[in-house]
Design a protein around this ligand. Structure first.
Ligand code: HEC
Length: 416
């Protein structure tokens, strides 16, 4: 054997030795705390908890498979463009640790080596909310059929303006709630004017329902995490506003009830930056039947100096990839986010590590591709021409993003 071969052998032996020392308490738990427990704990998105050794041990092999294939944690940003404050993807060393643990018998190790358990407030990721808004009645989801987007209007009864720093939706019944968007409806708004507070409401066809009608507060969808704004930032809820729940329910074969709620935490001091969610979107497309790579573009011009703090691309089951670009007034173009393999199962928000300055006149361009072919295993019907629509078997092309704009005390209405 030549020297290189010997060297490799020696390295392998060293590796094997360190592998057998991996224990749950010492090396595995810190990784789970940092990257997995946000979802893998009771009451959250994942079906099993990874808080304790006893709970985690049965999944050692599944964990190895999921992390080696990069299926877990869900994370889809192309690392070639942008750095992300909420990047949950594992480093090679973290993957090796989990794989080595599974391969070496998934030992528990010494409890003294374990990091302190993370403190979770039961039921909320934002800590105890300052105010909670709950649908006033249960909604009964039938066993089968299509359920139109259903709206619930919950008055805040606030008689002063409030600044929100954190907001979270808690779905009442995760097996029936596909998504929730909580909007702020300003007093005097005509949007959903026929909706009676406390009663489920389904707008007539053609009535303006979503974006542009209310202001985005927060949302829930698989994989989503509640928003935590920095000190000095806030979403403004004017006195007398209502919270509007847009509920997308999906029947799952068994009738069931849901009553979802939203919690908010107020900003500790009056923010200097107001946060608003806007979108670069295109609702006028027709994806031909069978087309495996249909492109849809959108563009949106930023009408005042703003700073971009998050992205949330949204398509449905035929969504394939999504890209955001900034075209600056100088003419320079920059790719801000690329999601090369979009997954409808995971509605993720991407928070840039450094906020992106958008001078007035910057265009946010988005490009999406859709796979309407039979090769897309999620495609509900490759024989159909597909247009914009609410339901998962229709499509959407929305590049949501959130910006901050300075709060000008002399001109408090920054929303026009
Ligand atoms: C954003 C939420 C989220 C995070 C973060 C997350 N998981 Fe999951 N995980 C889920 C959900 C939901 C499921 C069940 C649905 C599914 O399998 O897609 C799941 C399923 C799994 C499974 C079952 C097998 C499989 O591949 O479907 C394993 C194993 C797993 N996760 C491991 C991990 C590990 C290890 C981490 C951290 C390194 C992690 N997950 C982080 C939400 C999450």
């Amino acid at each position: 054997m030549n020297r290189i071969g010997l060297f490799l052998l020696a390295a392998a032996a060293v590796h094997a030795a360190s592998v057998s020392n991996v224990t749950f308490n010492k090396q595995v738990l810190p990784v789970l705390q940092k990257n997995c427990q946000g979802c893998h704990r009771p009451g959250e998105a994942a079906p099993m908890s990874f808080l304790t050794y006893k709970e985690t041990r049965p999944y050692a092999k599944a964990i190895k498979a999921a992390v080696a294939a990069k299926k877990m944690p869900p994370w889809f940003a192309d690392s070639a463009h942008g750095k992300w404050a909420n990047d949950r993807s594992l480093t090679a060393a973290e993957i090796n640790t989990l794989v080595a643990w599974a391969d070496s018998g998934a030992a528990e190790g010494n409890p003294k080596d374990a990091p302190k358990p993370l403190a979770f407030v039961d039921g909320w990721n934002i800590g105890k909310p300052d105010a909670e808004f709950e649908m006033q009645s249960d909604f009964t989801v039938p066993a089968s059929g299509t359920i139109d987007y259903t709206y619930f209007v919950v008055p805040t009864n606030w008689n002063e303006d409030k600044w929100i720093q954190m907001a979270e939706v808690r779905p009442g019944n995760r097996s029936l709630v596909h998504h929730v968007i909580a909007y702020i409806r300003a007093p005097g708004s005509k949007w959903l004017a026929d909706a009676e507070p406390g009663k489920a409401f389904v707008p007539r066809k053609g009535e303006r329902r979503g974006e542009g009608s209310g202001e985005w507060l927060t949302a829930f969808a698989p994989g989503s995490m509640p928003e935590r704004l920095e000190a000095g930032q806030g979403r403004l809820v004017k006195a007398g506003s209502d919270i509007v729940f847009q509920m997308h329910y999906t029947a799952n074969g068994k009738e069931g009830k849901d009553r979802s709620k939203v919690g908010v935490v107020f900003a500790k001091q009056t923010p200097t930056m107001r946060v608003m969610t806007v979108a670069s979107q295109n609702g006028k497309f027709q994806i031909p039947a069978g087309d495996a790579n249909y492109q849809v573009d959108s563009t949106m011009t930023v009408t005042k100096d703003a700073t971009l703090i998050s992205f949330a691309p949204h398509m449905h089951l035929r969504g394939k990839d999504f890209e955001y670009r900034a075209v600056y007034p100088t003419g320079e173009t920059q790719i801000l986010l690329r999601v090369p393999a979009y997954s409808f199962s995971w509605q993720l928000t991407y928070l840039p590590e450094k906020p992106i300055v958008l001078p007035k006149g910057t265009k946010i361009e988005c490009t999406a591709h859709f796979d309407n072919s039979a090769n897309n295993k999620y495609n509900p019907d490759p024989a159909k021409v597909v247009r914009w629509g609410d339901q998962s078997w229709d499509e959407m092309m929305i590049g949501f993003f959130s910006v901050t704009v300075p709060v000008n005390p002399a001109q408090p209405r920054t929303d026009d």
